[in-house]
Design a protein around this ligand. Structure first.
Ligand code: PMP
Length: 364
């Protein structure tokens, strides 16, 4: 029997990077630290408590979690207008993005992004039958705003998604750039939603702003975040988004009922209650990131300026060979970005020391 697979899915393989048990796993931009014991205890207690009610469906609107996310975002990004009704959440920001495509994309519609960028973007588009258009970035991985404005005018996308800091380059947008992109989307016939994907926002360098501060004056702007990176909670699966209420209401229409389990909600709330303790780990990762960038530059590599917990470096004549050499020494990084570049996620000081010595050996 043949499977009636959609022709556009024929021969495709699932997205995913290797999950290998090696000394330094630096390939998927995870937080290298376990949640601290105080957070583990809080999560354990919260799950214990919620378990007694698992015979019932969870709060479909995850009201308390939305409230906690609003409070956290207000503190982290110095914005005080965010209320629970401005927050959406799902199983990772991957699912938040899928909801955005289901609500604002679809057949006959276009989503635009700026390459190189997060490799899941074309997949959300494919899965929601939306046309994906990638406009190339400048050589330094910044966005050519003039070109972007022209492309938006020409392509008339209903969704524009920009990762800031961008994966895999680490490049952050300025608020003026966000304003300019938004202004261009205002001219799209039928409307357009501008999504700034701030999965790595907490790692941004001092003085780099979050687009969240622009939400009050920009009704079709959405800023998405995740607990997978800064909160050391990739395994908990919680991503969220802030926007005006009508945009949130549109996402509520396409979500599956009870999409956030009671356990997920409890775990996320327990971690949010300890965001200050978790911030200490973020500060360590940022310092380690800056040291890594400096060291790579001292070795003569070009390193893209980064506001994230990873850096893109190169050029290598044969990047696959370097990747394999590092892996043979227990260091797993990522072959991604333009030809010749490699991306390394920032690990603990011990892991980064291993990365440095392995790289010196491989390239000796
Ligand atoms: N956006 C970007 C730019 C990412 O790099 C990632 C994770 N690699 C995500 C979104 C998705 O993260 P999650 O689903 O774990 O929240």
């Amino acid at each position: 029997m043949t499977l009636p697979l959609r022709p556009d899915l024929a021969g495709l393989t699932p997205y995913g990077a290797p999950q290998l048990s090696v000394a330094a796993r630096l390939n998927v931009n995870e937080n290298p630290y376990s949640p601290p014991p105080v957070v583990v205890d809080a999560i354990t207690q919260a799950v214990r408590k919620v378990s007694e009610g698992l015979n019932r469906y969870p709060d479909r609107d995850f009201t308390l979690l939305r409230q906690d996310l609003a409070t956290y975002l207000a503190a982290e990004s110095y914005v005080d207008f965010v209320e629970a009704r401005n927050i959406w959440a799902a199983n990772g920001s991957n699912e938040v993005m899928l909801h955005l495509h289901q609500a604002f994309g679809g057949p006959g519609r276009t989503i635009m992004s700026f390459a190189p960028t997060y490799s899941m973007y074309p997949e959300y588009a494919r899965d929601s039958l939306t046309e994906y258009v990638a406009v190339p970035r400048n050589e330094d991985f910044s966005i050519d705003i003039e070109g972007a404005v022209a492309a938006i005018r020409e392509q008339q996308p209903s969704l524009v998604i920009v990762a800031s800091p961008n994966n895999p380059t680490g490049t952050a947008l300025t608020l003026d750039e966000v304003r300019a992109l938004y202004a261009a989307t205002e001219d799209v016939e039928g409307g357009c939603v501008l999504v700034i994907d701030e999965a790595y926002a907490e790692f941004r360098r001092a003085g780099v702003p979050s687009a969240a501060s622009l939400i009050p004056t920009h009704p079709n702007l959405a800023v998405s975040r995740t607990m997978s990176k800064a909160f050391a909670l990739a395994g908990g699966r919680l991503g969220y988004l802030v926007a005006h209420e009508p945009l949130i209401d549109a996402l509520r229409v396409v979500r599956l009922p009870y999409h956030l389990s009671a356990v997920t909600q409890a775990v996320a709330r327990a971690a949010l209650a300890h965001h200050r303790e978790l911030q200490a780990q973020v500060d360590e990762i940022r310092a380690e990131r800056d040291d890594t960038v400096e060291w790579l530059r001292e070795q003569g590599y070009t390193v893209a300026d980064t506001d994230a917990n990873f850096c893109l470096f190169g050029p290598f004549e044969d990047r696959e060979k370097v990747f394999e050499g590092l892996l043979a020494r227990g260091v797993l990084i990522r072959v991604t970005g333009p030809e010749g570049w490699l991306r390394v996620s920032i690990g603990t000081a011990t892991e980064m020391a291993l990365f440095r010595s392995a790289l010196l050996e491989v390239t000796a």
